[in-house]
Write a protein that binds this ligand. Structure first.
Ligand code: HEC
Ligand code: HEC
Length: 292
């Protein structure tokens, strides 16, 4: 390589004097406007790095002179929404069910709160959409144990069922087998009769067995379950003359229940959820399809 500055005869531009294999390099510097824009960008970038969170350290990072953080911004937004929501939920707490129903904005908020709270607290036992499963009543079915008006549901939620909480709904079906109130063959008889109530008679049961069961039913069960097995909400006693079953419709399940009743327990929510949420849940459950 030789260094020899001269003018290029074709373009008239000065060369840099660099020559490789006989090729000479022309000296065409960057346009000034380009160069200054580029330098300005570098200054701008350093400025942003100083002002905003940028460089990582070994532990942590440079927070920037402005102290800006997307997290604080989100937290502020969340706090704002929570504040607005709290205002609406206060109104839900203060309003009667009729007032909530009559105010679309309140109703919409209550329905949303109810749906969310149901998914979080109730779904594990009652199933999605309150579909229910053995031992956990289907809330959408309209076959209420304790009552399906908004106020009934609110009371059930507030205090629970056999929860031990004050004001809880409570009743005990006698343990006819375990406590020897009925003999095993009598339990077979009355269970056979119960199965006729919901229209699935037991094949092995003779007419005498069913008749004996009917008499036992009138003496031992009708007080709670009703003369015709229609149920009684005062005791949360399910309708037996119904195709909706709390525990099941097989002979073994009915026999088991009479021998040693399950006595389902539903927790009290009064201590865990605020009044507005409980009201919202009552509205949500009521709207599942079985509300009265
Ligand atoms: C740990 C399981 C469990 C959880 C959680 C639970 N429940 Fe229950 N719930 C039950 C059981 C069991 C019964 C039936 C008790 C009985 O035999 O009377 C019941 C009964 C009810 C009833 C009465 C139905 C009727 O026919 O009268 C309502 C209403 C109800 N639950 C709503 C809810 C709501 C709303 C939630 C959520 C806040 C919830 N439950 C959470 C177990 C649960
Ligand atoms: C003191 C009231 C009471 C008496 C008396 C009573 N029961 Fe019950 N029974 C209940 C209650 C409450 C339940 C539901 C509670 C639970 O076990 O979770 C129930 C549930 C049942 C069920 C389950 C229903 C289902 O849908 O799965 C059957 C079956 C039943 N009883 C049969 C009887 C028979 C038969 C007798 C008489 C021999 C009887 N009961 C007497 C209160 C009573």
């Amino acid at each position: 390589m030789t260094t020899h500055i001269e003018k290029d005869p074709h373009s008239g531009t000065e060369t840099t004097g660099h020559v490789w294999d006989g090729l000479r390099e022309l000296n065409t510097p960057l346009p000034k406007w380009w160069l200054y824009t580029w330098l300005a960008c570098i200054v701008w970038a350093f400025g942003l790095m100083l002002l905003y969170p940028s460089l990582p350290y070994f532990t942590g990072y440079w927070h920037g002179l402005l102290g800006y953080s997307t997290r604080t911004e989100v937290m502020q937004d969340v706090a704002k929404i929570a504040g607005q929501r709290a205002l609406v939920m206060d109104k839900v707490a203060a309003a009667s069910f009729e007032q909530i129903r009559a105010t679309p904005a309140l109703l919409a908020e209550a329905q949303t709160a109810g749906r969310t709270s149901f998914a979080n607290n109730c779904q594990p036992c009652h199933g999605a959409g309150g579909g229910g499963r053995p031992g956990y009543p289907a809330l959408a079915a309209g076959a209420w144990l304790w009552g399906g008006r908004l106020e009934d549901i609110q009371q059930t939620l507030q205090h629970g069922i056999r929860s031990g909480a004050e004001g809880a709904r409570d009743s005990q079906m006698p343990r006819f087998g375990v406590d020897g109130v009925l003999k095993p063959e009598e339990i077979v008889q009355v269970a056979s009769f119960v199965m006729t109530l919901y229209g699935t008679p037991r094949r092995e049961a003779s007419a005498e067995t069913v008749a004996a069961g009917a008499a036992l039913f009138a003496d031992n069960c009708a007080a709670c379950h009703g003369e015709k097995g229609q149920g009684n909400r005062e005791f949360g006693a399910p309708a037996l003359a119904s195709r909706t079953h709390l525990y099941g419709d097989s002979f073994e399940i009915v026999q088991g229940q009479i021998t040693n009743p399950h006595m389902g327990v539903m927790p009290a929510w009064g201590g865990k959820l605020d009044p507005a949420t409980i009201k919202s849940l009552a509205i949500y459950v009521h709207d599942l399809g079985g509300g009265e």
